[in-house]
Design a binder for this molecule. Sequence first.
Ligand code: ADP
Ligand code: ZN
Ligand code: ZN
Length: 689
Amino acid sequence: MIAAIADHSDVPAGKLRQASELLDQTPLLPDSLWQLCRWTASYYQHGLGDTLSSALPVLLRQGEPAMARQQMLWQLMPGAYPAHPAVSRAPKQKQALQTLAMHPHGLSHALISQWGLTRDVLEALERKGLVRRISQSPHHVHEPRPLHREPALQANPEQQAALDRITAAEGFNCWLLEGVTGSGKTEVYLQAIAHCLERQRQALVLIPEIGLTPQTMERFRRRFNVPVVILHSGLNDRERLDAWIAARDGEAAIVVGTRSAIFTPLARPGLIIVDEEHDLSYKQQEGLRYNARDLAVYRASLEQTGVILGSATPSFESLYNVQRNRYQLLRLTQRAGNARPPRFQALDIRSRPLEGGMSRPLIKLMGDHLQQGNQVLVFINRRGFAPTLMCHDCGWMAECRRCDARMTLHQSPPQLNCHHCGSQRPVERCCPKCQSEELRPIGAGTERTEEQLIASFPDFPVLRIDRDTMGRKRAMQDMLERIHSGEPCLLVGTQMLAKGHHFPDVTLVAILDADGGLFSADFRGPERMAQQVIQVAGRAGRADKPGQVIIQTHMAEHPLLLDLVEHDYSRFASRELAARQAAGLPPYSFMALLRAEANAVTQTDEFLDNACDIAEQLLATHRISGVELLGPVPSPMERRAGRYRAQLLVLGRQRSSLHQLLHLLLVALEQQPQARRVRWSIDVDPMDM
Ligand code: ADP
Ligand code: ZN
Ligand code: ZN
C-alpha cells in the first residue's frame, strides 16, 4: 500500500522493494479514512499495515481493484408493476418487481443481493420483457423523490427537543442520547437521518452484533426511498466489497453495520449513529483491539459531522464526557409507546436454600405469574465476572488485606489473588465472620437453572435463548413466534436476552445473580451489572401488563443496588462514578493491559516481570510521571485451552503520559528474547480485565 511518496529513505537500499503494479487509479480511501486508520494504529499501539488490513474488505487486500464491477442497473419497464399477470405464480419475480418499483431510477447490480434478489430472477424477468438493463456512470447520484417511503412518526416533545438540537447544529458535535428502553431513540435516529439525507449526505449507523435483527434492518429500509446497504455477516467477500464501493462512491445513502463498519468510507459523510453505545461488542477483543464507538467520535471530528451515541444505559466513559462538556446530553425519559416501566425489587437470599440458583420465594412468584397466564423471563449471568468468594449465610466476601479490593478466586490450584497488588493467599475453609462453611464462588450453581425450571414447572414450556439459538435464524424465528403468541412460558437466557427484542407478555423478570457483577474484582463489574439489569428489565411489559423485576442478592441493602432498585440508572451511575473518581479508576484515569499467554506459567511470569522492569526504567529515564504499574497477576481466567495467561496493568493519570510509555515499551519489548516465547499484546482501554 502506498502511503506517501518520498525521494529519500533511511532504510538500507537492499531492504527496499520495488512496486510492481499500480492497482488503483485513484486513492483507495478518502483522506479522512486514511487519517482515521493512522490514528487507530497509533492509539491502539498496532502496526499500520495490520490496521489497514483489518479496515479494508478482504478482496481489496487480495489485490482486487476498488471499482464497482459494472455500473449496470436493473430497471422496471413501464407498466410492469403492479402485479403483472406473467409473474402471478412466481413469488420471487413478484418480489423483484416490487423492489424495482421502489427504485424508479434503477437498482445497481451491487445492491440487488442486499434486497434478497438474485441475477437469475432478474434475467427471467428480462426475458419476459418486464425489466431492462441500463448503464450509468459510477458516480451518478440520484435525488430521491420523495425522500420518505413511509411518513415519520409525530415526534413527542422530548424527541422533538433532541431533534431540534441535532438538526440545528453544524460541523462536529457529539450527542449522547440517553433514553429509557422504548423511549423512541430509533425514531430520533430516523428523523436525524432524514435531515442528513435532505442535505444530500450519507449516514453511517453502527449497531451491536446481536442487534442485527431483521426488524432493525427493516425499519431503515421501510422509511426511506434511498439505497441502504447493510454490512452483515451473511455477505460474501464480493458482496462486501460491492457494498463498500457503493458507500465510498456515494451510491449508498445509508450504511448500517456492526463494529467494523466504522471503517467504511463515505463520499459525502453527514452523520454517524452508534446505537447501544455501551455495548461491549464495539470493542474488538483480539488483534487490533479498537473500540468502534470511540473511533466513531474521532471520525466525526475528522469529517466535521455529527455523531449520536444512543443508549438506555450509557457507558461511564460517555457520561464522563458529558460531565466534561465534550458530549451534549439529550434525554428521553418516557416510554414512547404504551409500555409502562417495570417495578424493581431486591430479594435477599442470604441463608436461603437455592435450587438451580433460585430461591423458594422466587420460584413461588414465578408460579403465580404463570398461573395468571403470563410469561416469565429468567436471566442468567454468564459474563465471566472475575469470581470472588462469598459466604452464603452472612454475605462476607474475601477481601485483600493490603488494599481496598476483592480477591479473585482461582480454581487450580485453589487460591485467592488480589488483582490490584498481586498478593495471594489460600482459600478460607470457613467464614471468618460467622464460621459458616457455606463459602461459595459468586455465580456458581446457575448451570442447573434450566433443569430446575423444567422440574418445577412441568406444565409450562421452558424456552432457552442463547448464542446457539440466536445463531440459527429459523430456530430463533420459531421461538419468537411462540413467545409473541403470548402463551404462558418461561424464557431462560444469558445476555443475548438483553438485546433488541421486546416481550410484551413477560410480567416477571428474574435476575438470579447480581452479586457477581456488584462485587466483581473487575472494577467495571457494577456498571455491567446495572446495564444488564436495566436492559433485561426493558424487554418486558406493556400498558395493561406492567413488569416486575426481582433481583436476587446477598446484599439487599447495598447502596448501589438500592439506587438501581429505588431510583434509576443515572442515580446509580453518579454514585459509582464518584467511587471511580475517588479510586482514580477509568474514566478518571487511563488504562492499558499488557497481556501474555504461554504454555508454561514460568514463561508468562518471566516475560511480564521483565516487561515491568523495563517499564520502570523507561518511566525513570524519560521522566514520565503519573503512570503506575500494577501486577503482574494471573488473568481472571488463568488457564484457557491449556495455556497460561497473565497480565500487567498500566494506569496513567494522563492519557499522554500513558501513551508515551506504551510506545516506548512496545519498541523495547519487541527486542526482548522472551517476547518470542509468549503470545503478548497491548490492549489500550481494555474492557475485559
Ligand atoms: P428505543 O429505540 O428507545 O428502544 P423505539 O424507537 O424502538 O425505542 O420505540 C419504541 C416504540 O415506540 C416503537 O414501537 C415505536 O414505534 C414507538 N414510538 C417511538 N416514537 C414514537 C412517537 N413519537 N409516537 C408514537 N410511537 C412512537
Ligand atoms: Zn459468614
Ligand atoms: Zn491487594
